[in-house]
Design a protein around this ligand. Sequence first.
Ligand code: OGA
Ligand code: NI
Length: 333
Amino acid sequence: MDKLVSSWYKDQSLPESYIFPPHERPGKLLVPRCNTVPVIDLGDTRTNLVHQILKASQEFGLFQVVNHGVPPNIMSETMSVFHKFFELPAEDKASLTVHTNDPKRCKLVTSTLDYDREKIHLWRDVLRHPCHPDCIEFWPQKPLRYREVVAACSIEAKKLGLQILELLCEGVGIEHGYFEHELTEDLLLGANHYPPCPDPSLTIGIPKHFDPDILTILLQEHISGLQVLKDGEWIGVKPIPNAFVVNIGYILQVISNNKLKGAEHRVVTNSSDHRISVVFCMNPAGDSNIEPAKSVVTATNPPLCRGFQFKEFMDNFYSMDGDADLALQPFKL
Ligand code: OGA
Ligand code: NI
């Protein structure tokens, strides 16, 4: 693995190995911050919520939630812990950057896990780890309150995710509690750090992708960067104080038999500010069976794929360089 981008980005021009091909570059045209991504007030009546969340998930695959009940201090402390984490001196982070295949351990990498094999690098560093209580002993010990704060936030994120999944179940007609156990057993945290970039028009923080999970709950600050693809156009997801961004994952799209839409999204960089985002990915257990829910399959809406184990899909996902559509191909009917 190479050095974290945050350790060398200052006073450098953009290295060749970070320049994306023209059709993948953000280009000079800054995407306007946009108010069209739905913002859902979770304090609304249940009937309205079911309707709004379903509509947003079908049209955008992504929306923001406010009035969600997660205490604002937990959100701000989490962001503050990650700012402190990414500012730690290199020697404090060194033990987390060692290569390990142990899925319980933390991994701090630059670009992607595939740095050595990839042709073009991403302008970001990322810390990943599972949130399960059994894994907390492997979490960073610095900054001091990391474990306490991140544990509290991950509990809230999972609660919020399950609440949203219940509303979606009601909306699409999947039975109550469908996602409660195995299908959301593994909560994974990813903390992205995008340092100021010498040329945001040529490179990218994360290129266009679907999250290969059920649902992603994302925490960001006031710095823009996240964009969602809607009808062939990139739309900026405007940061809103104390909101969470919610992404429909590719696996939820599969389970809903395409009634819900996974959000294709990407992250662009900027030249002046550090941007940090924290994603909580609700993942199925590796051996859980994924298939279109029986209740959404009908004669006129036949299943789009056969059942498969989540880990089979993920093996394909990695070997297909993160292309979810290709990863699903072998299971399609
Ligand atoms: C991701 C992702 C968005 C962001 O980590 O998969 O899409 O705003 N992150 O950092
Ligand atoms: Ni993503």
